[in-house]
Design a protein. Sequence first.
Length: 235
Amino acid sequence: MGLYSKRDSYPSQLSGGQRQRVAIARALVTESQLLLCDEFARALVTESQLLLCDEFTSALDPETTLDILALLRKLNRDLGITIVFVTHDIGVIKELADDICVLDHGKIVENGPVTQVLASPHHPVTQSLLAELFHDNLPQFIQDQLHETPMPQDDIILKLIFGPKSSTKPLISMLSQQWQVSINIIVGSLNHIHTETFGHLVISIPFMPEPIDQMISFLKNHQVCVQKIGYIQWA
């Protein structure tokens, strides 16, 4: 655990990250079925080498969090320990998870390989978590102008989620050229989960029902998840 120099220290003399390492070490060596590891983590080890970490980064600073994630990846890789962790931090999920279950009021609402779930989120809870990762929330002044029913001269606002198979294609350029429309990019970003690239864009397009439906079909055929956000009339 990299704590040999702290072997004679008391808990009060350890940092949050060091205490977290102690909690993980205690979980790995105990013969008990369940071990409560101070305020930072709860860990469970069984004969099948299952480590359960409950909100294990909630009290840690970002640098220490990355250090603990690196340690857990090493335990998973070198010792073959399966790790089940509970977190609200999408950054932790991105760095550590292979599979994901999204819970809402105690029920599983979405689950599967992490790259699959994050590339095509269906439930509002998952979509909300991803907004934190991709920073694609609309500015408040735009949210204040949104309405649900289109009016003359409106733009439609769409959120596009690009998975690994679509994030490297010039789809926005292709849309603009094929349908001869001006596309306004409002907000967006690219991110990586393991070795795969994901991207979010929020765009506005002049609203014309038939071409819009064709463009949405075009994007979906290229494995882009499309969400209709609403309508707006730019000043």
